[in-house]
Every structure is written in C-alpha cells, then in structure tokens.
Design a protein around this ligand. Structure first.
Ligand code: GUN
Length: 294
C-alpha cells in the first residue's frame, strides 16, 4: 500500500480562505476587525521564524496584527504587565505568547495572566479545564489542526483506536482529549511506555508528538492506518553538502508511507495548519467577545 499524502499546506490555505471570508463578513455586518497580538521574548531563531509567519498571515487574512519583540532579559513582571495591558485593549481579541520563554520566566504564570477569552492558544487552565470537561473553550492550535486533518481524511472518527505519542501541554494532552471527544478509544504513550511498537501496531490513528527524529519506525505502522506527524526536527544532511540540514518528523516517513493509508509529510503537514488554526481561533474569540453568531 502507498499512503495518501495529507497536504497540510493546501488544507491550511483552505482554512485561511474561510477565515478571510469570516473577517470580511465581520467587517461588513458588524464593523469589527479581529486583532491578534503576538509577543516574543528573546532571539530564538526558530521562534522568530514562526512569529514572522504568524504576523504575515494575520495581515493576509485581513486582521490587525500587533507584534511585540521583547529582549531576552525581560523581567517576568514586565511581561505580565504587557499581557494585562493587552487583556484590557478592545482592539486585541487574541493574545499569543510564543513559547518557550527564557529560563528565568515562569511560563505558567505568564500564560495564567492571559484573559481566558483572549487565550487563542488554549493554554490557560480555564481553557484546558473546559477541554477536559464540557468543552466550549479555546482549543490549542496544533491539536485542532490535527483533528481537522483527521476528520477530513477519515470522516467520522467514532470507534477508531487512536494512539497519541507524547504528553505535552501544547500537543499530546489536548490532542488526546479532542480524540476522546470524537469518540476514539485513546491511548497516550510517552517515554516510559513499555512496548511502543506494539501500541503503534494496534492503532488506526497515530499522532506522533515527541520531538525525536524518526523515532516511530515505519514497519510498526498498522497497514492502512492514518499517521499524523507533529514532529519538526532539524537533522544533519551531509548528502546535501557540508553543514547542510533537513527537516524530518517523529515518524520514519519513507517506510511508514509504504504501510499507512494516509500520512502527513514533514514539512508541509501539520506545521502550516497550526497558524491557520490560530487565525481561526482569533475569529472565534472575536465573535464570542462581541456576541456575534457568524
Ligand atoms: N511554540 C511552538 N508552538 C507553539 C504554539 O502553538 N503556541 C505558542 N504559544 N508557542 C509555541
């Protein structure tokens, strides 16, 4: 079997087009323009690339973007003051603080300072709590992107055996909660899991989010399974020349795509969906804040 390649770039484009239509409708019917504030602290090059893309795409869908670059030595109290100022700014409907933050800053304290209604990352405990209970809060962007791609590929997910590899707050835990809401039978694997190969072999859906290059071997994958690879790992690529690198996922793509029914590539899979879902969440937050039913 050769897997269908799930084109995250094309899917993200479709999501962004929907967001742009919603933004235009909000302007036409309610004179409201959604605003997204993105804060980055320090100079991590990968984070700077992500944030630049977020700011660019915010403008492309017709939203207001507010971009704050704070120095590496920013005090936690000053960052929290900035967040609180944005909480009170009616032009700002969504706030994202790019993670990771420098070591001297307590991430939980900063995320906890974001108004839950503006937490478009879905990381505030109010939103993680809602996700774990009744639903209805803001849903983290990468997990939302994973579920949208799975539903587009498989339709109804009811009864599927889903394996989530990784238990991070940003991806593993929320994606597991969302799969549960979709009526999957969910297993969460992590660094202490005893027989990962066996867990993968039993799964109809695999979501890999561990951050270890090609850790999931292709021949573990159940024939016909759907594989969502959240990993983005930069590895040396001497075959491309001295000092060159390339991006790989958490799954051995070449081997897995011979067994899977469908698989996301890296790059071009989950990655583009994350920003598209951030923009979608910003529209959702704006509508809720203004009591608008689009
Ligand atoms: N760093 C990597 N991914 C993310 C994300 O989805 N949100 C935030 N805030 N930081 C990130």
């Amino acid at each position: 079997m050769t897997a269908r390649i799930i084109d995250g770039k094309a899917f993200a484009q479709t999501v962004r087009e929907g967001v742009a239509r919603d933004v235009a409708a909000l302007a036409a019917t309610h004179s409201v323009k959604p605003g997204l504030a993105v804060i980055i602290v320090g100079y991590d090059p990968a984070s700077q690339v992500y944030v630049r893309n977020k700011v660019k795409q915010t403008a492309e869908v017709g939203m207001n973007g507010f971009h704050f670059e704070l120095p590496e030595d920013t005090a936690e109290a000053d960052l929290i003051s900035k967040v609180k100022e944005l909480n009170g700014d009616p032009a700002v409907n969504g706030i994202l603080v790019q993670l990771p933050l420098p070591k001297h800053i307590n991430e939980a304290a900063v995320v906890g300072a974001i108004a839950p209604a503006k937490d478009v990352d879905g990381l505030h405990v109010v939103n993680t709590g809602l996700l774990a209970s009744s639903g209805g809060g803001m849903v983290p962007c990468t997990p939302l992107g994973c579920i949208l791609m799975l539903k587009d590929t498989l339709g109804d997910l009811t009864g599927k055996k889903a394996l989530v590899i990784g238990r991070s707050i940003l991806v593993g835990k929320p994606v597991a909660q969302l799969l549960l809401s979709e009526n999957c039978t969910v297993t969460i694997a992590h660094s202490r899991t005893k027989n990962l190969a066996g867990e993968v072999a039993a799964a109809d859906i695999v979501v890999a989010a561990v951050g270890i290059p090609e850790m999931v071997k292709g021949d573990w994958v159940k024939p016909g399974a759907t594989v969502i690879d959240v990993g983005i790992n930069r590895v040396p690529a001497p075959e491309r020349g001295e000092g060159k690198t390339r991006l790989v996922g958490d799954v051995e793509f070449a081997a897995a795509s011979k067994r899977a029914g469908a698989i996301t590539p890296v790059p071009g899979g989950v990655g583009p969906m994350t920003i598209a879902c951030l923009l979608k969440n910003t529209v959702t937050a704006t509508c809720k804040q203004h009591n608008i039913d689009l």
